[in-house]
Design a binder for this molecule. Structure first.
Ligand code: F6P
Length: 545
């Protein structure tokens, strides 16, 4: 992070220390309009932040000093900005709607491949949705089970829930991710083999959880097909009708026994947590159909265009990123909360956790030196209004500063009485309460018992952003996801860290292999630390080994 540019931001924080959000509103009657903007179907009101024009200018300088414009171009044009893995970062190519554009990686235009896979997905999903794709018993597919984890699960799950109103209601969608037999067993209990399609979604096709679950599903399927009267060989051959793969690894897919004709490919320049608009979205396309899926990509593209072309002072992802940096580095905020006031976005915070924390949870800069400032914050959240009756207490009156993004949709897909008015009233009221609080004088004027005044006072001055769209649709969902993707990108650029690798997940994976062999071996190696050895011994005893 550019030290000089940051110093200027810091100076302004010091200078404005005595001013609250309430003071800032009192000073400037145009504040709400000034600190709001629209892009790709979303309205952002960021006026309830600890900012004035000078702070925003200083923050923008920080972005300029990080050569953000050039970095954005590098990403969109396929430069290998994921340097520790030697890869381009081109999730934006997956949703590019410009038919004339050429995006080259290693001298080869990636766009024809992107379009080809989209066509393959569309043809397949049409067949399944129209009941033309038949299982071994000649029955149409009613259930789709996506087996994947991390980016091969969180995006499809989140979007499947978010776009429920657009889904084919006579089909059921399941997502198995955890290498916990309960997850698989409860899913298999709910489906019939003859009517079920399994999608094995794994970029690498080597992930322990996914491959173990895929093998378990295959074994279950073959046994079920035999119970239905098929001979063993016929049951095994029926796998081809009930298992498809989404992966970059054709060899591994074939080795698993899936016909590579039924493999939907993507590329190493698509990061797992950015892969929803790739073939990883197959389960979603099966649910919402090719046209709605296309609208989702259009929404992504609109936000991509906005991000690439709007000046920083009117650029929604840039503004969200800069505000995040202000609180992480200027106010020591360790987390931020995402609060969707839309039940359909119930898994959006979980989806963002991987996108943000696997990207920017880094302590080493691009030169391999330890960073001297904080980087990616902890992201968390729950749908409103549930959170209000749980952790909002801490946000309002606790000792931690937790900036929040409130997300709402003006129109509901499910109008029932005045429920939606109440939901939105709660959203707006929360941002009002957090920003303006309630003083001791106000409490006294209301006749609050003197002894209770300290407990009933609200400090206020808690920063929030409010994001509003007309309605949650495939298009607005795509734009929302792209908004946060680009926010994370901008922050990574300013913090000078690599946002597209994830070495931090490796160590545990490797150690788990050694621990597994000690859990199952005749005699454990005893080569771990005393605590781990003790845990292994206790487990072995409990399961009779
Ligand atoms: O363990 C982390 C990770 O590599 C994520 O980045 C990725 O989304 C997930 O595992 C799943 O990987 P794959 O799609 O290769 O199975």
């Amino acid at each position: 992070m550019d030290a000089q540019a940051w110093e200027k931001v810091d100076e302004l924080i010091d200078k404005n220390q005595t001013k609250t959000i309430k003071d800032l509103f009192a000073e400037d009657k145009d504040r709400a309009a000034k600190f709001s903007l629209e892009a790709a179907g979303w309205f952002l009101d960021y006026s309830k932040n600890r900012i004035d024009e000078a702070t925003m200018k200083a923050l923008i300088k920080l972005a300029e000093k990080a050569n953000l414009k050039e970095e954005i171009e590098k990403m969109f044009t396929g430069k290998k900005i994921n340097a520790t893995e030697g890869r381009a970062v081109l999730h934006t190519a997956l949703r590019c709607q410009d038919k004339n554009v050429k995006i080259k990686v290693d001298g080869k235009d990636v766009m024809p491949g992107v379009r080809k896979v989209l066509d393959q997905m569309a043809a397949f999903s049409d067949q399944v949705r129209q009941g033309k794709w038949k299982g071994f018993a000649g029955k149409r597919i009613k259930n789709v089970v996506n087996i994947g984890i991390g980016g091969s699960d969180l995006g499809p799950v989140m979007a499947n829930i978010a776009l429920t109103p657009y889904t084919k209601r006579n089909m059921k969608f399941f997502f198995v991710s955890n290498v916990d037999s309960t997850h698989m067993a409860e899913t298999l209990r709910a489906v019939k083999a003859s009517e079920t399609l399994f999608i094995i979604a794994s970029k690498t096709f080597t992930t322990q959880e996914t491959m173990s679950n895929a093998e378990a599903a295959k074994a279950w399927f073959i046994a079920e097909a035999q119970k239905a009267g098929l001979k063993k060989a016929a049951a095994e051959a029926a796998v081809a009708k009930h298992f498809v793969a989404v992966s970059t690894a054709a060899k591994e897919v074939a080795a698993f026994g899936i016909d590579t004709k039924n493999m939907f490919g993507f590329w190493d320049w698509v990061g797992g947590r950015y892969s929803l608009p790739s073939a990883i979205g197959l389960s979603l396309m099966l649910a919402i159909g090719r046209n709605n899926y296309k609208k989702l990509l259009k929404g992504y593209y609109k936000m991509d265009r906005h991000f690439r072309t709007a000046r920083f002072s009117r650029n929604m992802p840039v503004i969200l990123a800069l505000l995040g940096i202000l609180y992480v580095n200027g106010y020591g905020a360790e987390s931020y909360c995402v609060l969707p006031y839309d039940q359909y976005l119930s898994r959006f915070p979980a989806y963002l956790q991987q996108m943000d924390m696997e990207s920017n949870g880094k302590c080493v800069d691009k030169d391999g030196n330890p960073v001297t400032y904080s980087t990616g914050p902890i992201e968390w959240g729950e749908p409103g209004t549930n959170g209000q009756h749980s952790f909002y207490q801490l946000i309002h009156q606790g000792t931690h500063l937790i900036p929040c993004d409130f997300i709402g949709c003006s129109k509901t897909h499910n109008p029932i009485g005045d429920l939606h008015d109440k939901l939105m009233a709660n959203l707006f009221a929360q941002t009002e309460a957090l920003a303006f609080g309630k003083t001791a004088e106000e409490c006294a004027a209301e006749g609050v018992d003197k002894k209770l005044i300290p407990f009933k006072t609200f400090e206020g001055n808690k920063p929030t952003n409010t994001l509003l769209c007309d309605q949650l649709t495939p298009e607005t969902l795509g734009a929302l996801v792209a908004l946060y993707e680009h926010k994370v990108f901008v922050q990574g650029v300013i913090w000078n860290i690599y946002s597209y690798d994830q070495w931090g997940v490796q160590l545990g994976k490797v150690l788990a292999k050694g621990v597994l062999s000690d859990l199952t071996a005749k005699k454990p190696s005893g080569k771990h630390d005393a605590s781990t050895n003790q845990l292994i011994a206790r487990y072995r005893k409990a399961v009779g080994r």
